[in-house]
Design a binder for this molecule. Structure first.
Ligand code: ADP
Ligand code: MG
Length: 252
């Protein structure tokens, strides 16, 4: 019997407690504690291999945590009885690789899951899709196929697709890392707009300007632990930990 999750939007959006994750003998997350408040933008930074993607993937159960608790809007999603699909449908995810369906138009990429998972009618799905395409500045490209769009446009479509599921929060895993530098700004602008509308966001990124301007909190990870966290402006200007200093001196 699946429990019907009692969503509590007055609780923290995401609350992670003593999260451990092993791949075989390799302990990749070594006791992570942190939370994301409703409407907060939390940027996660750190060197490659530090466990950022694994952390994000645990939050929507794309990875099974080995131990610890993750509570999303009052629902313990690490509870084995919880309906993972329901949890996931409230969390939008955007990856470095856009993962659009290449054989479907932009519009169909945005409507298919709405109809199949959200059970919306075609007309409703199209309306929601068009609203979100306009939001990412691609209202005029609904009939295009992904291959005919730039990487930046494809990523904006991927964001619009995630938004079309009406998620309570959005997770971004290095959304601009695969893009040519001149295409990064448009994607960050879309994310900045989302943040200013109050969307709860967890963003793995190397874009320190974005973290400084948009982030409410910066979390620095290294070796599977959170080394340091705080106000992005403070952490970036005056990192306390040696490992944070070393990392920032390379990326800033
Ligand atoms: P980051 O996103 O910070 O670069 P990851 O979370 O991708 O780090 O990876 C952290 C560690 O976990 C790395 O050592 C990586 O090799 C390992 N890892 C990630 N995914 C898997 C997997 N599916 N199977 C085995 N090891 C993995
Ligand atoms: Mg990663």
């Amino acid at each position: 019997m699946m429990t019907e999750p009692a969503i509590d939007r007055s609780a923290a959006a995401i609350d992670v407690q003593d999260l451990h994750k092993y791949f075989g003998d390799n302990e990749v997350l070594k006791g992570i504690d942190f939370h994301v408040d409703q409407g907060q933008v939390v940027c996660v930074v750190g060197p490659s291999g530090s466990g950022k993607s694994t952390l994000l993937r645990c939050v929507n159960r794309l990875e099974e945590p080995t131990s610890g608790r993750i509570v999303v809007e009052g629902v313990e999603i690490t509870d084995p009885d919880v309906d993972v699909d329901k949890v996931r449908s409230r969390i939008g995810m955007v990856f470095q690789q856009f993962n659009l369906f290449p054989h479907l138009t932009v519009l169909r990429n945005l409507t298919i899951a709405q109809q199949r998972v959200r059970r919306r009618s075609k007309d409703e799905a199209v309306e929601v899709a068009r609203t979100n395409l306009a939001k990412v500045g691609l209202a005029d490209r609904e009939d295009a196929y992904p291959a005919h769009l730039s990487g930046g446009q494809q990523q904006r479509v991927a964001i619009a697709r995630a938004l079309s599921m009406s998620p309570d929060m959005m997770l971004f895993d290095e959304p601009t890392s695969a893009l040519d530098p001149e295409l990064v700004g448009d994607v960050l602008d879309v994310m900045r707009d989302l943040a200013s509308e109050g969307m709860t966001m967890m963003v793995v990124t190397h874009e320190m300007g974005f973290a400084r301007e948009v982030g409410h909190k910066l979390v620095f990870m290294d070796g599977g632990v959170i080394v340091e966290e705080g106000d992005p402006r403070k952490v970036l200007a005056d990192p306390q930990h040696e490992r944070t200093q070393a990392f920032l001196s390379k990326v800033l």
